[in-house]
Design a protein around this ligand. Sequence first.
Ligand code: NAD
Length: 345
Amino acid sequence: MVFDIKEYNHELVAFGSDAASGLRAIIAIHSTQLGPSLGGCRMFPYKNESEAVKDALRLSQGMTKKSALANLKLGGGKSVIIGNPRTKKSRDLFLAMGEFVDKMKGQYIISEDFGSSMHDMQIICERTSHVVGLSLKHGGSGDPSIFTALGIMKGMQAAASYKFGDSSLKNKKIIVQGLGHVGSYLCKLLHKEGAQLFVYDPQSSPVKKIVEKYNAIPITEKEILTKEADIFSPCALGAVLNSVTIPKLKVSIIAGAANNQLKQESDGQLLRDNNILYAPDFIINAGGLINVSYEGPFYKKEIPLKHLNIISSTLTEVFTIADSENIPSSKAANLLAEERLNNAT
Ligand code: NAD
């Protein structure tokens, strides 16, 4: 496992293990420049530890940019637990994870992500106070995925307005990849807006539910990349946009929740060359982060709901910079995030 420490530029990376519960986890704190680092806990059956470290490093870098572009006083961090969330979850595992998080003394605040849930955060909260995304019943701000989905929809409307000159999603053909927490809420919102949905998830039960409830059309994993549609919304894993997939895509806009959708930076240029408007993931998927940032005894959902509008305005700013400078939207977003971080020092 060889890493260029300078390239990733993290403040701290910690490894945590607990033999009794089987915990093998990593906490990556990329930056606390704007405030304590906050980021979800990903539980995933990584092939090896090197893959898990790389994921934690990349995801936490993304969180720094996400907080800066959402105008939050938070830094970037992320944690990963190595293991299959369907078979390896246990109460003891999340208690041990809570102890690990507590050792960071508030410089890392944990919340849910792919493979972890609000219920898991509830267990973690027994061992540390540095956790958000708890249920309303337990003094939290509820499921952040609802806000993430709402932010994605607002971002889609901003992208539609920029690309088609009309923000309406009525009768727009939208492909949703992944029907988990965010993907399924998103389908509900898009159906309400009158969009025609095309959906895929490797699990059959969420597909069945979404097809029945929202009149969605199920498609295969292969069709996700080749189906003609207005918008593609990746809401599962990262690296779905790469030199193999991008040339196959027949969509005008990409706007989804998954983190690190571009496999590499140059894929942003490839999207631009293919005339696809890309809404950078770390701007459009900030809704959940915005919501949990207000968690506390005075939480009122109206305040984060208002803050969500920053997603549309930042995206429009980024699309405009990208066109005026003739650069990919992903690069424009990186430059804007850097500018915000530099101005904060
Ligand atoms: P989740 O674990 O609830 O759901 C993920 C879904 O993706 C599952 O239904 C799974 O079966 C499906 N999936 C797995 N492999 C797939 C594949 N190859 N093709 C299609 N579907 C596949 O996760 P989530 O909370 O909905 O988050 C989805 C993505 O959005 C993740 O990348 C996460 O990091 C990102 N994200 C989530 C939030 C949030 O608030 N939950 C916020 C920001 C970003």
